[in-house]
Design a binder for this molecule. Sequence first.
Ligand code: SF4
Length: 430
Amino acid sequence: MIGRLKKAGWTIIDDPQEADTIVVNTCSFIESAVEESIDTILELAEYKRQGSCRRMVVAGCLPERYREEILSSMPEVDVFLGTGAFDHIVKAAQDPQFTHQCILPDPDLTPVQDKNADREISQPHMAYLKIAEGCSKGCTYCIIPKLRGKQKSRHPDDIVSEARRLVDQGVKELVLVAQDTTAFGRDLPTPTNLGQLVENISNLKFDGPQNPAESWLRVLYGHPESIEDSFIKAVASFPNVCPYFDIPVQHVSSKVLKHMGRQYTRDDLCRLFDRIRSIVPDAVLRTTLIVGFPGETDKDFRGLMQFAEDIQFDHLGVFIYSDAEDLASHWLSDHVPISTARDRYHQLMSTQSGISSENNRKYLGKTVKVLVEESLEHHLFMGRTNFQAPEVDGISYINTAKSHFHLKIGSFADMRVTDAMEYDLMGEAI
Ligand code: SF4
């Protein structure tokens, strides 16, 4: 949307007080995201009431999920654009005839972006690269397939040429995302897979596995049912692919998994993580788990805790089950009281904090490569290693007091780790 607006002559500014048009892009995946979206809209609507802002547009999953019902409840908003209506953004931002509307095309019929789509990146050194839109799985707690439609993979050539453009612009880390990245390519007329795509992108910038990498490639949001050996082997083969496996498993109790609509068992997961570690010995594992899913007993929860301790994930996120009437899981019996779910959340997070601290200690004294992202103060920079994904994992603090290096934002630096905290690392530039 930003790319389209800029092409139409708009200037993007950060201060809403100065804006002629305010665009709020929303999420409605879980209750807290809905609340945050609504709070943001109401807060920014004040500028419309005061008169400094002439038009207000709300885009994304909130209008898609709550449809016409939000039209009357938010009169300050001129246009709502559903997930498949992003290409109406310019008209929505500037056409006074186009008012009090909610545009909701069927996401299944909306084409995915092509290689010629205008693209703006928010940080010059890191970019998310969407490889597919929608999801063809049917997890009972998840609204995404309803909001985004079935999986529609982009053409691999489009993705590779966008990757090339981004790397040419100076991007040092490309993060491939989709709702179910590891299922990429299965829906295309000529089916392909994520392993092949990773290989094609990796080959863009260097000639073989022995050459030094110039940009990192990271993949987020894999699925235990769709991950294939070809992807794991591609990660093992190309040094610029972060050995990072983000595979949300959500639970391990067979009963809970069945009610979630997920088709695997605890044993399947153990075999999968063993296999990843055998093919990629330095693999970094990340997962997310849901606690308080309807029907989850104390025994189920203890099994989940044991699993986290057995696998020793490098990174682990926990969500408390978020209920809503439009979810299939809402109609399951034995909903877990929120106090119990919160208690389980804290127990799991506390277990993981011990695992993460211990895990981070293994880097003490070692030299790691860091992508420098920010200068915090004199002689102190912030960045990430290839085992720290943006926004969700810990970060690395790089001290340059001894070396007096002036690190360039968006470049790679070597750091000797001197301190390991619960989630973050601290070290000296060398
Ligand atoms: S695989 Fe992920 S996006 Fe798809 S339905 Fe399940 S939780 Fe939702």
